[in-house]
Design a protein around this ligand. Sequence first.
Ligand code: GLU
Length: 471
Amino acid sequence: MTITTRFPPSPTGMMHIGNARTALFNWLYARHTGGKFLIRIEDTDRARHSEEAVQVILDGLAWLGLAYDNMPESQFANKQRHIDVANDLLAKGMAYKCYCSPEELSEMREQAKVEGRPTAYDRRWRDRDASEAPDGIEPVIRIKAKLDGYMTVNDQVQGDVKVAYNHLDDMIILRSDGTPTYMLAVVVDDHDMGITHVMRGDDHLNNTFRQNLIYEAMGWEKPIYAHLPLIHGPDGAKLSKRHGAVGIREFQELGYLPETMRNYLLKLGWAHGDNEIISTEEAIKLFDFNGIGKSAAKFDYAKLENLNAHYMNEADNERLIDLLSPFLKTHHDIILTDIGLKRLMAGMDELKERAKTLVDLAAEATLFLNTPSEYSEKAQKQLNGGTLDTLKNLSNIFEKLTKLTTEAVDEACRSYANEKLEGKLGKVMMPLRAALTGTDKSPNLTVMVAILGKEETISRIQSAIEYIEKQ
Ligand code: GLU
C-alpha cells in the first residue's frame, strides 16, 4: 500500500497559515514514508468560485516548496461520481429518500431542542415507503446511520474518540436539487484518490464521524486520521487577522524565507526534543505522528523573525540577491545595475548578518546602491564645522591611496585619528559614516568603503562637505 496524503483546500482567496501547516505536515509524512502527496481543490461553492483564488493556493504551495504528485483535482469536476455513489447507497438500502418540507424540518429542530435530542432530524422517512411521498416535494437522499453501538476513531493525535451511532444524524448526502453535499464529496474523492491518511485541523473531528458513516455504508476502508490542534495567537485566541499576518502571501511580502516558514510551521505543533532549528531534510527524516502535540500551538511573531534571521544568514548570497530584487523594486524603486549587483555580492556577508527579513535587507542594501539624498537627524549632528576638516582630509588621503582596500582604509583612518584627533577613532568614523550612508548606522564601515570603491566614496564625502559648507 502506498501511503497517500492529501491537501484539499477550499479556495478562499488566501492561504491561511493553518492551512499551510496542514499542507506541510501532509507533505512531510508522504516524503518521510516515500508515499504520495495529492492536491484537491474543493471548489463546489460555484457562487464564490474564482480561478485566482485557486492560483493563490497553488502559488503558496510553490513558494513553500511543497511539490505535489498529481494534477490538482477539482472536486466540482467529480460531481457525477458523487451523485452515482449516492444512488448506489440508495440502491443498496444504505440511504433513503426524505420528503420533509422546510417547515417540518424547522419544527423538528425546535422539538429536538426541547427534548434535548442530539440529532435534529427524527428519521421519519427512514422506513417509510416512497408511495407515501407528498406531491411537489423533491426529495433529498439521506444516509442510514447505524442506531446501535459506538463508532471509535483511533486518531493518531487525539487517541481513541468514541461517539454513539444514535448521536449521528441521518445526514443529507444528495440535496433536493440533485447536488452532492460536501460530506459525500470529500469521502468519495478521498476514496477514489486512494487516500490512506487524513491529517487536518481538529475543527474537522466531528465531520470525521459523519464521513465514516459513508465509508461504512459503502464498505470502503477508512483512512487513518490525525487531527491537528488549531493555531492560536499570542493571547490564546484562535489566530486571526487581528494578531497580525496570517496569510502565506503576507509572510512572503514581509520578507520571510520559505525555509523559515517550513521550519517554523513544523515547530508549531510538532516537536523532536528541544530542537528549534530543523532543516527540511531532517524534518523529512524525522516526521511522524508521535511528535504532534495535543494542545493548541501559539504563534510567536518574534520567534519567527529570529528564525528568519538565522536562515538569512545561512542562505547563499546569490540566491539572497535574487530574492531581494523584487523588494528593492517595490520598497525602494531600485532596479539592480551591474555595479549595484557587484557591490551587493561583495557586501552580502556583512549585510545579511544584520537583517531579520528581506525587507530589512533591502533597506540596508540601499546604503550600497543609493548615494544619500538626505541626512538623518543623527547624521546631521556629525556634519558641521567641527568635522569639516576631517572629511576634507580623509577625502585627500583616500585620493592618494591606489586602492581602497579594507586594510588600507582602516590604517588610514587610524593614523589620521592618532595624528590629529588624539587617537579618537570615533571622531573619524562617525562623520565618515554620516557622509557615506546619510545615517548613524551601517555595516562595517571600512568594508563598506572598500565595496563602494574610490570614486563613489570620495563623491559621497564631497557631497557631505558641500552640505556642511552650505549650512
Ligand atoms: N476544504 C476543507 C478545508 O479547507 C478540507 C477539509 C478536509 O481536510 O477534509 O477546511
